[in-house]
Design a protein around this ligand. Structure first.
Ligand code: HSE
Length: 305
């Protein structure tokens, strides 16, 4: 086989308190891509959307991920990538991870799955480096493995898949730009011990809540005392959205990625729709344009079609 198509899904990472370590995969939206092996050396990129992303492989998130894979697949001369992004770059729902993860999963399919999923995460992290300067894996891992994933360690990679219960996810994306690199730069480099204790209590509670399928424990643990207080100032209406989503029945939620999207988790589809209405009401009142997504957790990650 020389050519393959794939859908590469959006992801939410950080799951509130799990900054850089906890992420989940969404069923919607998904990028669409087609990848072909070629004898023409290098990675050739054709963009079929309006985002004007770079076509120089080294400066392109997908290109950087494929180049990393080719370093370990010396028999491959080149790839032709046709990409149609449906996940808006800079939205906070793992747009760069979808670009990087989708292509390496597709390439591995063309190469008869010679690489492990962990190898693919390693390659795709080079795309995140291009996107924001840091090789974080918390969006890449759920995009490749599906479900909820924990990055116990990045160097060396140690990825743990977490068996979470059925969860519905409501996302609102206000149409403002927050660059991940900026949203990382404003973070404090030191934390108080009392905040760290709260945070690791919440992370442990969240993971236990997922594994025990204990929705109340999940809800109680969806609290971030370190990152959210700093980053939320970049997102208009953040606290209003959070309060009214909880009133509409959300278990909890927070900033998706580095923002500006905000996500909320809930137990059922009807509550997820109520939360969407509550979010819309806030931004309508504030006169802020937005997109919403109401979806569920995707258990499979990138899909070859
Ligand atoms: N963990 C990363 C961050 C996700 O919050 O900076 C960025 O999408």
């Amino acid at each position: 086989m020389k050519k393959v198509s794939a859908y590469s899904p959006a992801t939410v990472a950080n799951i509130v308190c799990g900054f850089d370590i906890l992420g989940l995969c969404l069923n919607e939206p998904c990028d669409e891509l087609m990848l072909e092996i070629t004898d023409e050396p290098g990675v050739h990129i054709i963009n079929k959307d309006d985002f004007d992303l770079p076509v120089d492989a080294e400066k392109n998130v997908s290109g950087a991920a494929l180049l990393a894979l080719m370093e370990e697949a010396k028999d491959v001369k080149g790839f032709i990538l046709t990409s149609k992004k449906n996940i808006m770059p800079g939205s906070g729902i793992g747009s760069s991870a979808a670009s990087a993860a989708g292509v390496v999963v597709a390439a591995n399919h063309l190469l008869n799955n010679r690489f492990t999923k962990e190898d693919l995460v390693r390659f795709a992290m080079n795309g995140e480096k291009v996107a924001c300067g840091v090789k974080h894996a918390d969006n890449i891992a759920p995009c490749i493995y599906g479900g909820v994933t924990l990055i116990r360690s990045v160097f060396p990679l140690d990825i743990v898949c977490i068996d979470a219960p059925e969860l519905h996810v409501t996302v609102v994306h206000p149409q403002i730009e927050v660059r991940t690199s900026d949203a990382r730069q404003i973070l404090k480099q030191q934390v108080l011990l009392k905040d760290a204790i709260k945070q690791w209590g919440n992370i442990a509670g969240l993971v236990a809540g997922f594994i025990k399928h204990d929705y109340d424990l999940i809800g109680r643990s969806l609290e971030d005392v370190i990152i959210e207080p700093v980053r939320s100032i970049l997102i208009p209406g953040f606290h209003e959205i959070k309060t009214s989503s909880k009133e509409a029945g959300a278990l909890g939620g927070g900033i998706s990625g580095s923002g500006p999207s905000i996500f909320m988790l809930s137990k059922d589809a009807q509550t997820a729709k109520h939360i969407e209405t509550a979010m819309k009401n806030i931004y309508d009142k504030m006169g802020i344009a937005y997109h919403t997504h109401v979806t569920t957790i995707n258990k499979h990650g990138v899909k070859i079609v």
